[in-house]
Design a binder for this molecule. Structure first.
Ligand code: NAP
Length: 238
């Protein structure tokens, strides 16, 4: 498949991009930090065999989202799907949070999720097939505890996916949520789960397990939609 991975300069998105390329998929890398993207592209496609391209950009800017899709189509001929792993983070209580930080969070996580999805939809619609996966947090589920702003943006992404699933199915496009508990962000991607611990949250997932779930979703036959996978480390406290 030919897939756009938004938020692939580091973290979960980077691991997902690595795994997708390793499994034979072609990937458009997108995130704001161009040097990190270029370095990853050079590592994943050292011979420059048109397996990986990078399009630096901000998902919160419509023109950047459009550019990433257009350059992906120009390079690969068509695109088959999107993994959106781009995300910001504000954990301050709402009364203390900086208004500019809140705006940036909403711009990346809500406007960004919407723009990057809107940008790829016409391409998928044209071919009558596609898969869109948004990575979400447990706080997007109703009645979850703080961080409040995280709960708000993740619930918005949940709403986007759950409604779009109906609309996009009419033209062959599958929409999935990959909802995650805590994921380790410093250890190697495949560190055994029982060796990853957060001081308050207990065990953590490794990023390799998250990437495996993406591969599972992408490998389903057309006509099978994975509405949602909820992946949590055993015994996560919240
Ligand atoms: N880690 C967890 O425990 C966890 C749990 C549940 C859900 N999630 C969700 O999973 C997603 C990825 O998390 P992560 O832990 O991998 O975060 P991360 O390590 O901070 O990586 C975030 C990625 O998003 C990119 N990004 C941020 N703002 C962007 C923007 N405006 N435009 C384009 N790219 C942008 C970053 O690259 P640039 O800075 O180069 O743009 C980076 O590649 C987030 O949505 C997060 O909420 C994470």
């Amino acid at each position: 498949m030919h897939l756009l991975v938004a938020g692939s300069s580091s973290g979960i998105g980077e691991t997902v991009a690595r795994r997708l390329v390793g499994a034979g998929h072609r990937v458009v890398l997108m995130a704001r930090r161009s040097a990190e993207l270029r370095g990853l592209a050079d590592e994943l496609d050292p011979e420059q065999n048109n397996r990986v391209i990078c399009v630096p950009g901000d998902v919160g800017h419509w023109s950047d989202c459009k550019k990433a899709v257009d350059e992906g189509v120009a390079a690969f001929g068509h695109l088959d799907g999107l993994v959106n792993a781009a995300g910001a983070w504000v954990e301050d209580p709402l009364d203390e949070a900086d208004a500019n930080d809140i705006a940036g969070f909403i711009e990346t996580d809500v406007a960004g999720a919407t723009y990057i999805t809107k940008a790829i939809l016409p391409v998928l619609r044209k071919s009558g097939f596609g898969r869109i996966v948004h990575i979400n947090g447990l706080q997007g589920l109703i009645r979850q505890r703080p961080p409040v702003l995280y709960a708000a943006v993740e619930a918005a992404v949940r709403g986007l996916c759950e409604s779009l699933r109906w609309e996009a199915a009419t033209y062959g496009v599958h929409v999935s949520l990959l909802t995650l508990g805590g994921v380790a962000n410093t250890d190697p991607d495949d560190t055994p789960q029982n060796k990853l611990r957060h001081p308050e949250r207990g065990h953590l997932l490794n990023r390799g397990e998250v990437a495996d779930a993406i591969l599972y979703i992408m490998d389903r036959p057309a006509g099978v939609n994975i509405d949602e996978i909820v992946l949590t480390p055993l015994g996560q406290k919240f």
